[in-house]
Design a protein around this ligand. Structure first.
Ligand code: PEP
Length: 252
């Protein structure tokens, strides 16, 4: 499904861009970014805006859609939650799991990331599992250990086939929303660790799993990061809210 020759550019809008703003974003972005079959572009709007973005991209099947979170539960009395089935019904194909804000702002544990990945796959969606260390963990030399633990725990309920078809993003917590980007070499170092662990789980199939880098990516640094060894794509927050900059990043 994915390969190294086809980078994945993913936009995490977080709690930004409501229905009206998303419409304006699409007007600006789609007129600047023509369909390309050599890359995959995925937008992660608010769950409330997914159907708007789906309608606004009807003529652009090259633009994929995802949601930023789903419940661990199938359905029922979970006020305020959205299920994987609802995400699929609204037109999403991908789900972010274990984003650093879910882990560090909302206290989500690895066990929940694992359940969410399983739920997502059950409904035919693709999990995009995020892993990353805090600055304290990096300074203590624990980066490899932390990301491997998050990766293995997050994937623990998935089959070989589901792992083969998923996406993983390395997002150092200290680089998210801070303007402090990892160097391309930092990204490569961690991606090599992740790739080796995935190869331990699914062998040769690990080569086809896109490993994205995320953390203060913008139109100025995107090309260098994308060119880094073992970096198969980018997950972008702040810079993906500006249609002009996002179109530039998608073209890099
Ligand atoms: C993110 O939220 O996944 C992210 C990488 O944010 P930013 O690009 O704003 O650092």
């Amino acid at each position: 499904m994915h390969s190294h020759s086809r980078p994945v550019l993913a936009a995490n809008w977080k709690m930004n861009l409501g229905t009206v703003e998303a419409g304006a974003f699409l007007d600006g972005f789609l007129s600047r970014y023509a369909p390309r079959d050599d890359r995959t572009v995925i937008l992660f709007p608010s769950a409330l805006v997914v159907s708007t973005v789906r309608d606004g991209t009807r003529k652009r099947p090259d633009i994929q859609l995802g949601v930023q979170n789903v419940s661990t539960e199938e359905k029922g009395a979970f006020t305020g939650e959205n299920s994987a089935a609802m995400a699929a019904g609204a037109g999403a194909s991908f789900v972010l799991v274990g984003h650093s804000e879910r882990r560090h702002v909302f206290g989500e544990a690895d066990a929940q990331a694992a359940q969410k990945c399983a739920r997502v796959v059950e409904h035919g969606l693709v999990p995009l599992l995020c892993v990353g260390e805090t600055i304290e963990q990096r300074e203590r030399g624990e980066t490899g250990e932390v990301v491997l633990h998050q990766l293995r725990a997050g994937l623990s309920m998935l089959s070989h086939e589901a792992i083969r078809d998923m996406i993983v993003a390395y997002e150092p917590v200290w680089a998210i929303g801070t303007g402090r980007t990892a160097t391309p070499q930092d990204a490569t170092d961690v991606h090599l660790v992740l790739r080796a662990a995935l190869a331990g789980l699914v062998g040769e199939d690990a080569r086809g799993i896109p490993l994205l880098y995320g953390g203060s990516v913008n139109a100025k640094n995107s090309s260098a990061l994308l060119a880094a060894h073992e970096v198969d794509g980018l997950l972008v927050g702040g810079a993906s809210l500006d249609p002009v900059q996002w179109a530039e990043i998608c073209g890099s």
